[in-house]
Design a protein around this ligand. Structure first.
Ligand SMILES: Cc1cc2nc3c(=O)[nH]c(=O)nc-3n(C[C@H](O)[C@H](O)[C@H](O)COP(=O)(O)O)c2cc1C
Length: 179
């Protein structure tokens, strides 16, 4: 296993992809060699030292490709350093308060318990009504979800910086620094 880092994500309308790109940028700026890929484009997962996996949340669930990735790769992920994030709630304030305590899909929690990620977090998301289909528009109107881009780039950067700090220590401890 070399010191390559993977940031992988599942998105429907792009907000989560941009969060993943930001995390990747912070890790690269910290000198860590990092790939950023959608979950369905990941090959050779076992060659990565660490994995940051994130998904957009729709009706309390992760995108199915992210859930599938987590399930299919549990045995590999157990051996790696893992961080998980969700991109979901819109509106001001603490994202976990906005989702009334929701912080990760219940159905996936047993897998997360086995993988033992270093952290699981929830970031504010973004909703652009123009991109939604009719059913989604109806649902968003019904629950009166705040519209707009609420992504908190400072919170995302801080989280990624904390990951970089842990990884730099791990890379130093393993004795080799990759490109
Ligand atoms: C139909 C619909 C349902 C949603 N359900 C949830 C939800 O249950 N919990 C949540 O936190 N966010 C929910 N969201 C907000 C999205 O997760 C958020 O907009 C996310 O950032 C979108 O990411 P994407 O652009 O990568 O697909 C929902 C959005 C839509 C349009």
């Amino acid at each position: 296993m070399d010191n390559q880092i993977l940031v992988t994500y599942a998105t429907k309308y792009g907000a989560t992809a941009e969060i993943a790109e930001k995390i990747g940028q912070v890790l690269r700026q910290a000198g860590l060699s990092t790939d950023v890929l959608p979950t369905d484009r990941v090959r050779e997962l076992s060659s990565y030292k660490a994995v940051v996996l994130g998904s957009a949340v729709y009706i309390g669930r992760w995108r199915k490709e992210a859930a599938k990735f987590l399930k299919a790769n549990e045995k590999v992920l157990v051996e790696q350093l893992v961080w998980l994030f969700s991109s979901g709630p819109t509106g001001g304030g603490n994202p976990v308060e906005l989702t009334e305590g929701w912080h990760f899909p219940k159905a996936l929690q047993p897998i997360a318990d086995r993988i033992q990620p270093r952290d699981i977090t929830v970031f504010h998301g973004a909703i652009n009504m123009k991109k939604l289909n009719l059913i989604e528009k109806w649902m968003i109107n019904k629950v009166k979800a705040p519209l707009g881009d609420f992504r908190d780039w400072d919170a995302i950067t801080s989280w990624a910086t904390a990951i970089a700090d842990v990884l730099k220590e791990e890379v130093l401890a393993s004795g080799t620094q990759s490109e």
